[in-house]
Design a protein around this ligand. Structure first.
Ligand SMILES: [Zn+2]
Length: 400
């Protein structure tokens, strides 16, 4: 095959078990070739010369025996918002509990912000995601909560010009806005009739928060049904504050993911395993709110494939460091390092309906990759709290 980029001298962590050793498919002396932004060949370095014909101007990257992973995928973020909730964080540390109502503070600041400011803030956040080796980020709306403001947030996300790809999710059903506090069902009508049918290509997924202080299972069911009719993929914020029925609802609607799951039960896990929904776990939010961590081992024991995400958002987890989510996944959720690495690569891609396209180093996948400042991928979990990114390649081009 022909190639315009060749990577050599790598400990290649393909995240494709067919391609190498162990659950991460590791090739200890691996090489990779890419052409026009797509991976065209992966294998032992000794086979590179016979398999790949590099173009005369091809770029050669020498990983220096370091670990090379797929570009990381953050499959659950609330990227676009304005405002500051440091005071709420400090109040929590003085003993006030976290509640869904804090979202309205961000809604007020976001509605008041001009689009240029929302764009500037989101681009700075994408810079920080990229600095941590993330090449794809999911971004939810949900801080507008009117047809105009929700649409505006998705339009801002669609306009972002940045090496990091942004996958857009409509989350008009984030919380019930203050204006509808006395009639939440009327707001659900606005979401189902006034927002979802006019989204067009602005969103690929629809998410809803089913919980105490947010939406009931019956209301969330209406939102998911309306979204499915428009051809949107489905996601549910489920079982975070209370056991509310969100996980079973996600399974019933064959949602691509059920996210949070701190209060999930074995019955929930069995249902999510049957529906092949990815369990997206968010240990940063548990850590920062001092609330229970998700029962990851129980979920995995029932056959749920789990992903990890930052849950980047202003209320509970304002961090773009997905590597830290790997460390927390191991230290707090008791994932093995291999499970935690799959959770920010292949399984995170599956949570965005992109398994095989991103999140693994396999022929046919987009050439997004991360060269670590380490010869061992387990350092992502072990050498915690620091940024181990050395080089980032996006679509076959070195971007960092
Ligand atoms: Zn969230």
């Amino acid at each position: 095959v022909r190639a315009d980029l060749v990577l050599v001298n790598a400990r290649l962590v393909t995240c494709d078990p067919r391609a190498g050793d162990g659950p991460l498919g590791v090739l200890d002396r691996g090489a990779l070739a890419s052409d026009a932004g797509r991976i065209v060949w992966v294998g032992p370095e000794r086979d590179l010369g016979s398999a790949v014909e590099a173009d005369s101007g091809a770029r050669e990257l020498d990983a220096g025996r370091r670990a090379v992973l797929p570009g990381l995928v953050d499959c659950h973020t609330h990227l676009v918002f304005a405002g500051d909730r440091t005071h709420e964080f400090a109040a929590r540390l003085r003993g006030e509990p976290y509640s869904a109502g804090g979202v309205m503070a961000t809604v007020a600041a976001t509605r008041a912000a001009p689009p240029e400011e929302l764009e500037r803030l989101a681009l700075a956040r994408l810079d920080r995601f990229l600095a941590h080796g993330v090449t794809t980020v999911e971004a939810k709306s949900g801080y507008g909560l009117t047809p105009e403001h929700e649409r505006r947030l998705l339009e801002v996300a669609a306009r972002l010009e940045h090496p990091v790809d942004v996958v857009r999710t409509f989350m008009g059903a984030h919380v019930v806005p203050a204006e509808y506090a006395d009639d939440p069902d009327a707001y659900v009508d606005v979401v189902c009739i006034g927002m979802i049918p006019s989204l067009g290509l602005l969103a690929e997924f629809c998410d809803v928060w089913c919980d105490r202080g947010a939406f009931t299972p019956a209301q969330a069911h209406r939102v998911l049904r309306a979204a499915r009719q428009e051809g949107l993929g489905l996601k549910v914020h489920a079982e975070q504050l209370d056991h509310s029925g969100g996980a079973l609802l996600a399974a019933e609607h064959a949602a691509v993911s059920a996210d949070h799951l701190e209060q999930a039960t074995p019955d929930d896990a069995a249902a999510l395993a049957r529906s092949r929904s990815i369990g997206v776990l968010l240990p940063g939010a548990s850590m920062m709110t001092g609330t229970p961590f998700a029962p990851a081992r129980m979920l995995i024991g029932h056959g749920v494939r789990v992903a990890l995400s930052t849950d980047f958002n202003p209320g509970t987890s304002p961090s773009e460091n997905l590597q830290l989510a790997v460390a927390l996944g191991c230290a707090q959720l008791r994932l093995t390092p291999e499970e935690a690495i799959l959770a920010v690569t292949r399984h995170a891609a599956a949570a965005l309906a992109r398994e095989g396209r991103i999140g693994s180093l396999s022929p046919g996948a987009v050439c997004d990759l991360l060269i670590l400042e380490s010869g061992n991928e387990i350092d992502l979990a072990y050498h915690y709290g620091v940024n181990l990114t050395r080089t980032v390649v996006k679509n076959g081009t070195v971007v960092l």
